[in-house]
Design a protein around this ligand. Sequence first.
Ligand SMILES: Nc1nc2c(c(=O)[nH]1)N[C@H]1C(S)=C(S)[C@@H](COP(=O)(O)O)O[C@H]1N2
Ligand SMILES: [Mo]
Length: 418
Amino acid sequence: MVDKRQGWLKYPFGKKLKRLHKWNAWVILLLAITGIMLYLPFLRRYVAPFRVNLKLVHIYLGYVSIFLLLLYTPLLTKHMKQIWKRVNHRNNLRFVLFIIIGWSVSGIILAFYRHFPDVWSSTALIFHDLFTFVGIPYTVYHAISRSRWLKKMDREERKTRDQKKNLDGTQPLAPKKRETLMSRRKFIRLSAGGLLVVAVAPFFYGWLGRIAGFSGESLLKQTKRDGNHMVPQPEPAPGSLPPKGGGANGTFRMYTVTDVPAFSSDTWSFTIDGLVDHPLTFNWKEFLNLPQKVQVSDFHCVTGWSVYHVTWQGVPLSYLLKKAGVKNKAKYVKFYSGDSVYTDTLTIKQAHMDDVMVAVLRDGKPIPQDYGGPSRLIVPEMYGYKSVKWLNRMELIDQPWTGFWEKRGYKKNAWYRG
Ligand SMILES: Nc1nc2c(c(=O)[nH]1)N[C@H]1C(S)=C(S)[C@@H](COP(=O)(O)O)O[C@H]1N2
Ligand SMILES: [Mo]
């Protein structure tokens, strides 16, 4: 009988495995490249113009990877049986499957973050990172240790040694002793593994530090490293220290699309201008003398992470708007960052929401320079990209203005649930 099946179905088992292995290698490589580009903090500003599309590509590659996994599933049992006796291969397969399934599950939660509780996506993001920190070095190691040239080197080394021995008239080596002949390959494998661990360790340490909320340096050192020199420091109001929210639960991922700007109370100023009755400029001391409020709120970023019960202290935006006197013509508030690049807007109505403020204290402490200190906008009802860091100017305008991330594809509708 003629086999009428076409393409994939017609392939013999071995060929299917080989094909899947090759495709999987390519997809994982592309996922790694796009994923690392999305992750690395110092690439953020360069990736910004195409970040939204890059993320889409990463997600679609993820679907391809899941599709390959589905094609592989019917072959799994036979494949396992085939390699059962080779412990290394067996463990490799198990580990690779574990990583790919981990990537897939956490990836799907992240891709559909709006449909899951936010705790899911922030947890999924941590696992997605974690699987990457283990999976990528392992894959690279796997590629090196199983590479053709290493196998070839191994074979040639063995051949020459065997030949030598035979010329001497001695017996070929017993299989057990052969192990020692692999020293060169083993050496390369070990050093490759070592180098990989050394290369990834600092990134992992940085990540772990940020996730677990330790950064390998004491709070005192951190404060000293802080490039802002603001005198005096804001006075914590009751409820701010100790934070009435009990202290933030979760960690902020430090995001910036510029170098982190530094400020000093000698030169820092805060301006409200545009369509207002009284344009205002405050120096640091004057700004701190404005009435402040303490508030507890959650903070959500579209990349999947959330921080809960953050206690903020700052000047309510509605107070600033009232003081400057918003003209009837004004429709939007445009926010400027002291990094001179980042901007965003709110409608006048949104800007009057109760919990929108220019924060100066986070959990009772001055906002660190990296996280927008000395003063940042907080819009808890919306995704984090509205919360402009290093905020030092508000302009009242009558024409719409598209903010930094909205210009680059983020949704104009930034409502967290809505
Ligand atoms: N000036 C400035 N403000 C910014 C950003 C930025 O890159 N530059 N990133 C925004 C985004 S997308 C988020 S999620 C939050 C992150 O705040 P964090 O760096 O304190 O975690 O800041 C927002 N404000
Ligand atoms: Mo964000």
